[in-house]
Design a protein around this ligand. Structure first.
Ligand code: 4NP
Length: 236
């Protein structure tokens, strides 16, 4: 399980919005068994408060589900327990370093650093601009998820179109096996559905059980064995 912690100042506007927007994207990609998200703040001022009303109104307007919550403050245990610590602005990053004694394990990032235009997400508590905050947070969360999917090979859970699947299968095969699937193979894979994971597991089974000369395809077999182990480890 990959654990992502969003951090802002008060934990009642930007970071809970990021948590719920990100979870919505993760669910839609079919990755909720693999990626976990929470949020905290860096100040004591707002501890225990629910998400700010205007943030809720913005999430309602966009159809993003959220729950009643109590604001929490960052501490070193969060740093140790999470894999990615994502601040909203430079001030958050400085506070995280102060609270955690630096960033020994290189886990701290600023949300918009994952986009083509790195910058701070300004605080709607002070600016009153929840639309801008929402747009920036959504852009950052989409870019963060894309980064995680690429880094951790997690782009298999969602329903793809056939065109998308064809290119993903070719990419898989080129990257891991130096094999080009035939048209007949591709047609057979499609019969399995529209999730890359179903097709990968099918191919893995096929190569593990049907091929007699296993040495002929060591890299492919090795790849799928690793993939299965990785999925098992993630699910723990
Ligand atoms: P946030 O905004 O960091 O986006 O949650 C704030 C909300 C409340 C306060 C500061 C920032 N406050 O100091 O009360």
């Amino acid at each position: 399980m990959i654990k992502v912690l969003f951090v802002c100042l008060g934990n009642i506007c930007r970071s809970p919005m990021a948590e719920f927007i990100f979870k919505d994207l993760v669910n839609k990609e079919g990755l909720s068994d693999f990626i976990f998200a929470r949020s905290v703040g860096t100040t004591y001022e707002t501890i225990g408060r629910d998400m700010y009303e205007e943030a809720k109104i913005k999430l309602d307007e966009k159809g993003i589900p959220y729950k009643k919550r109590r604001a929490k403050k960052m501490n070193k245990s969060y740093y140790l327990n999470f894999d990615y610590i994502i601040g909203m602005d430079e001030q958050n990053i400085k506070s995280i370093y102060e609270i955690c004694g630096g960033d020994e394990k290189k886990k701290v990032y600023k949300l918009l650093d994952f986009t083509d235009h790195p910058r701070d997400i300004s605080d709607p508590w002070y600016t009153g601009d929840f639309s801008k905050a929402y747009d920036d947070i959504l852009t950052g969360c989409k870019a963060l998820l894309k980064y995680l999917q690429k880094k951790h090979d997690l782009n298999f859970g969602k329903d793809y179109t056939k065109d998308e699947l064809v290119s993903l299968i070719y990419e898989d095969m080129k990257k891991y096996a130096a094999i080009t699937p035939s048209d007949a193979d591709i047609t057979r894979y499609f019969a399995l559905g529209t999730k890359l994971i179903d097709i990968r597991v099918y191919i893995s089974d096929m190569y593990n059980t049907e091929i007699e000369d296993e040495d002929a395809i060591p890299s492919l077999k090795n790849y799928y064995m690793q993939l299965e182990k990785y999925i098992r480890d993630l699910k723990k």
